[in-house]
Design a protein around this ligand. Structure first.
Ligand code: G3P
Length: 218
């Protein structure tokens, strides 16, 4: 399973990339706004740090505008994946950009039929948002289960399921069990994956016993 990080915070990305954990990065207009920086600069910097796909989202809502922005964004670096919303115009833009050899991430997917459309439009990734579905009392993971199952029936769909809006390690665990291709994790959730109280307690006990021996390995 590929791990992407969902942030535009370059220092976070640098530190996580140093741990060898990152296969890619996703951003969105809200995350760029949070960074307080110019989008083109941030995306260029991220693309230098992480060689895998880096999603940069268009903000135009019409086809022509999306194509202009998408072509500009993909010109920033060869590993840019242009992110478009799951709308009629977004899917047309996806089809056109994919035909030009650009990676496209179709975002804001909230139903399995929307994911079928993204697959048919030649998306490289489709981003179903699990946390936002949970927030409104629907089961986010059911959407992942449905999309993975449907895509498996149709090998001609090459779109990867990129689980987004992940809020906790259980979302990641369930996504991995279902065979989703990619999870994009907020940095805080990615760091939570390392943690287990028994690991901390066990290490503490080992070190205490080791200290009693008076030995040192080297
Ligand atoms: O980048 C898309 C998605 O991961 C956003 O997550 O937490 O804002 O619902 P969230």
């Amino acid at each position: 399973m590929k791990f992407f990080v969902d942030t535009a915070d370059v220092s976070e990305i640098r530190s996580l990339a140093g741990m060898g954990l990152l296969d890619g990065v996703t951003t969105n207009p809200s995350l760029i706004a949070k960074s307080g920086r110019r989008m083109s600069e941030v995306i260029a910097e991220i693309c230098d740090i992480v060689p895998g796909p880096v999603s940069a989202e268009v903000t135009a809502t019409d086809l022509e505008g999306m194509l202009k922005e998408g072509r500009y964004l993909r010109g920033i670096a060869p590993n840019v994946a242009v992110k478009v919303p799951l709308t009629e115009a977004g899917l047309s833009a996806c089809r056109a950009l994919a035909a030009e050899g650009t990676m496209v991430n179709v975002t804001l997917c909230f139903s399995a039929v929307q994911a079928i459309l993204a697959g048919k439009a030649g998306a490289t990734f489709v981003s179903p948002f699990v946390g936002r579905l949970d927030d409104i009392g629907q089961e986010g993971m059911q959407l992942i289960r449905d999309i993975v199952q449907i895509y498996r029936h149709y090998p001609s769909i090459r779109t990867e399921v990129l689980v987004a809006s992940i809020r906790n390690p259980v979302h990641l665990l369930e996504s991995a069990k279902l065979g989703a291709h990619v999870a994009t994790l907020p940095p805080a959730v990615l760091k939570q994956l390392f943690k287990h109280p028994l690991t901390d307690r066990g290490l503490e006990a080992f070190l205490a016993d080791w200290a009693k021996t008076g030995q040192s390995i080297l």
